[in-house]
Design a protein around this ligand. Sequence first.
Ligand SMILES: Cc1cc2nc3c(=O)[nH]c(=O)nc-3n(C[C@H](O)[C@H](O)[C@H](O)COP(=O)(O)OP(=O)(O)OC[C@H]3O[C@@H](n4cnc5c(N)ncnc54)[C@H](O)[C@@H]3O)c2cc1C
Length: 432
Amino acid sequence: MALSENGHIAETEGKKMHHEEGIVIVGGGFGGLCFAAALHKVGLKAVVLEQSNKLRSEGTAIALQSNGMRVLQLFDLANQFRNIYFNIPGIEYLNQYGRRLTIMDPSHCEGGPHEMRCMERKVLLEAIAGQVPQGTIRLNSRVTNIKKSETSPNVTNLELEDGSTYSAKVVVGFDGVNSIIGSWLGLEKPKSIGQVEVRGMAEFHNGYNFPKLLRLFLSRTIRVAIFPMTTTKVYWFVVWRDSSEGWKNLTPEEIKQEVLQITKDFRVPDFTLCINNTSLECFTKNTLRHRINIKPTWETQVVGNVTVCGDASHPSTPFIGQGGAMALEDAIILARKLHQALKSKESQISKVQESEQIHKALLDFHRERHGRTYALTHKAYMVGVSTIADTAIKCFMRDWFFIPRAGRIGNFMEHTLFDVGKLPIDEPESHN
Ligand SMILES: Cc1cc2nc3c(=O)[nH]c(=O)nc-3n(C[C@H](O)[C@H](O)[C@H](O)COP(=O)(O)OP(=O)(O)OC[C@H]3O[C@@H](n4cnc5c(N)ncnc54)[C@H](O)[C@@H]3O)c2cc1C
């Protein structure tokens, strides 16, 4: 095993090794790492199998709102991020010529104060990874197959690309939109909504003069956003309609040229500045996909002691910036459920009883989460489709009626009020 600089990441060098573990998490993104950190906090050991050779920070930046910040607070990380990244005081909607349609001021929304900060994915991932013990994160560990053990019904076996194998009492797939665990559970593949997004982070070493607002510029079918992160870093993205998947072979330079071409009718000089101050390796393009889980997830997403969470469970479009936060919330709530199932009765129950407790905990988790993740996935999609206005009349209605009214809705930030609650940290026993 080789340890990285921070000592928390082990690269598997031994080929064809067999590992026996209690809890195995497939995927070391936000959700998987936060789940491992939460389990560690409640005294449960887990390993994280991550296919990449480093923590994946593709997409450069991510916005977290109050609900996501509350999760970071549980690990005493929130203030570290508050000290680096701006809290955005408003969302301004404009047309492609820069005319303001409305401005949403979160301080006028119920339940505040609200937070909305855009942070670097890499910094966030590393901070969460710093919360888990050495050797928890196994890089270069791509899971290629999953099987129920033929000899022990309570055990699940995982096969990795390098030939090594794991057997586990619990397998949780935090493995993203193309989840292999989700496929094994028989989940429908997430569907494209016929839109793509290109995003990146511009760096202005001598600062910039943009307003400290999230600005969204809308044409009929294209959305451009500028989201200041720090005094020198600005996140931006462009969304447009495109159902083809042919872009996957484009080079970063071609993607950059495509963005400039798509936005040529926008009179937004700040955006052009952002594009020109973004290094090529920061350009990321995605087809936007989601799955609205109409069927209850406790019926479809738990088989024995295997389940999925985060994007693997409820892949969502990014229009309300909640995908990452939902994965973080899942991590805390599932850790709490497993703590209840495993920790308190650890020494007193048989393997079969323990397995039943775990199964029940996974079902309870999905019962608790389904309503919220269904609602947010649906809301994100509705926000996404309602800002596309492909005819002149729809565009007129959007710009003069819907968006100005949306700016006055008092519960616009309602979904960010969710409080994930605390982790049960065991108190030392008192000896009277
Ligand atoms: C364009 C776009 C913009 C977004 N913007 C925001 C935003 O502003 N705010 C927000 O909250 N959310 C945003 N999201 C959503 C957010 O990125 C995801 O919801 C979040 O990353 C989900 O976390 P996760 O841990 O479930 O999955 P992921 O972050 O996708 O992590 C999955 C991990 O599993 C690993 N993996 C996959 N398969 C295997 C395998 N077979 N074996 C081992 N490892 C495997 C992957 O390498 C990856 O590291 C955005 C998404 C997109 C597409």
